[in-house]
Write a protein that binds this ligand. Structure first.
Ligand code: NAD
Length: 478
């Protein structure tokens, strides 16, 4: 398969260079080729989006909704092939990837329904015979910059609310998910997204992404990716005084208290830490355990880790696939070496698969490092979890919050008081009891505190606030 740009309703192949796409489960297999854009392509996409804006913004929400309903139908119809493409491209196990495409279907339906929902409010006026109300209008042309780790769901959870609110979009997907992005755009085009309303620009972050921020006439940017890039996006948008949201990294903790139901807790910890090979912004990266049950939790986790099925992403029995790329492999294995050098490896997964065929990193549980060690402080974005013991609830909370990040945090306990205190005291945008740190539902606001986010929220109703701006209207009828 080859990537293509979709700009102003035209498919074309940009001429800024090429990049081979290899299957991370079997790197010898070339899946396709990316054709990279030049900065001018981003500018052209911006012009097309600007031109398409008045007509799209002027349509009724109900008419825009029809396109999203049709898109939901098509994504559902092509669920299997789209999931297979994405699994092959970035290594997420096929069972998880099917779930992700289904999530995209639900998101499209959810935002389609928002097309006819009341939005705005009537405010009593102090002046006599004045009707005062607010309405929400589109931002305008929105830049959407996405990572590779949710190659279908993240783009859709940005594009669907942007479109239903009447914005037009320029989308720059991650290099490592650009074949999937091409297919996602083909389905949206088939669903009837009009020319110029969505524009796809494939290319590298440093050139095309940067051009989007510097040279395209945008009214807003929605970004998900690393904290380093997110800060650049935020600075560029702030200097242009355009609205932005940046959803970035995490170093999420799961606290296990002595009264936790371990039969349910252990699978939740395993899923939180190792599904998607730990490559979720909400992945459980630190496990903080009441010392009273530390040894038992370690023993049970070790057993569970040993039985994780590591294998090629497209095999239905695979629980954990490879990491997504050479760069991911190099980064994650550098933390594996750190754990081996500086700490103690308590458990490591095994597999019959020849791990040299792809970017396989076996799941690992480490301990024995200080709280300020990189294993405990830096986002690893791979299947490496660090476990720490706490002697009191206060110490567990202090460890939980001792991070620059604030995306997600969970506690496993039967104690209502501890659960409620945790929800109150944990410094994270997503706080959960007896649930893994990942897996927040699409109809709820999603986002982080501290260095994890620009403090706006995505998904649910929160996205509608981001993709619109408020007008305060007053009418004198006396
Ligand atoms: P990344 O920051 O490297 O890239 C994200 C996107 O930004 C890509 O499309 C990339 O091409 C683009 N980009 C890179 N440099 C740019 C620049 N100078 N200007 C404009 N765009 C640029 O992140 P990644 O490796 O693709 O994704 C992994 C990261 O994403 C992790 O840190 C993870 O925690 C984070 N993430 C966060 C959330 C969340 O909702 N908080 C969700 C998923 C992933």
């Amino acid at each position: 398969m080859e990537s293509r740009n979709w700009i102003g309703g035209e498919w074309y192949t940009p001429t800024g260079g090429t990049m081979a796409v290899h299957n991370p489960s079997r790197t010898a297999e070339q899946l396709g080729t990316l054709y990279l854009s030049r900065p001018e392509d981003a500018v052209a996409a911006g012009h097309a989006a600007r031109q398409a804006l008045p007509k799209w913004a002027g349509m009724t929400g109900a008419a825009r909704a029809e396109v999203l309903y049709k898109a939901a139908e098509l994504f559902h119809q092509h669920l299997d092939s789209l999931a297979r493409l994405a699994s092959a491209e970035m290594g997420k196990p096929i069972t998880e990837m099917r779930g992700e495409v289904m999530r995209a279907v639900h998101i499209l339906r959810y935002y389609a329904a928002e097309g006819v929902r009341a939005i705005g409010s009537v405010i009593p006026a102090n002046g006599k015979d004045v009707l005062q109300f607010t309405k929400r209008v589109p931002l305008g042309v929105v830049g959407v910059i996405t990572p590779w780790n949710f190659p279908v769901a993240i783009p859709i959870w940005k594009i669907a609310p942007a479109l239903i609110c009447g914005n037009t979009v320029v989308w720059k997907p991650a290099e490592m998910a650009s074949l999937t992005a091409t297919r996602v755009t083909e389905l949206l085009a088939e669903a009837g997204v009009p020319a110029g309303v969505l524009n796809l620009v494939i290319g590298e972050g440093a050139t095309v992404g940067q051009a989007l921020l510097d040279a395209v006439d945008l009214d807003g940017v929605s970004f998900t990716g690393s904290t380093t890039t997110g800060r650049k996006v935020a600075a560029a948008c702030a200097s242009r005084n355009i609205k932005y949201q940046t959803e970035m990294g995490g170093k999420n903790a799961a606290v296990v208290w002595r009264d936790a139901d371990l039969a349910k807790t252990i699978p939740a910890l395993i899923s939180g830490a190792f599904s998607s090979a730990g490559q979720k912004c909400t992945a459980t990266s630190r496990i903080i355990v009441d010392r009273a049950c530390f040894d038992e939790v370690v023993a049970r986790l070790a057993d569970a880790i040993a039985s994780i099925r590591v294998g090629p992403a497209l095999e239905p029995e695979t629980y954990m696939g490879p990491v997504a790329s050479q760069a991911q492999y190099d980064k994650v294995t550098s933390y594996v070496r750190l754990a081996e050098q500086d700490g103690q490896v308590l458990a490591r997964g095994r597999t019959d698969v020849d791990t040299t065929l792809g970017y396989y990193v076996l799941p690992m549980l480490a301990t024995g490092v200080a709280v300020d060690h990189p294993l405990v402080q830096e986002e690893i974005f791979g299947p490496v979890a660090t476990i720490l013991a706490a002697d009191s609830f206060e110490e567990a909370m202090a460890l939980c919050n001792q991070t620059v990040y604030g995306l997600s945090a969970s506690i496993f306990t039967q104690d209502l008081q501890k659960a409620l205190r945790f929800l109150e005291e944990a410094e994270a945008g997503l706080v959960r009891v007896n649930l893994e740190t990942a897996g927040v539902e699409y109809q709820s606001p999603f986002g982080g505190m501290k260095a994890s986010s620009s403090h706006t929220r995505e998904q649910g109703q929160a996205a509608l606030e981001f993709y619109t701006q408020v007008k305060t209207c007053a009418v004198y009828y006396g």
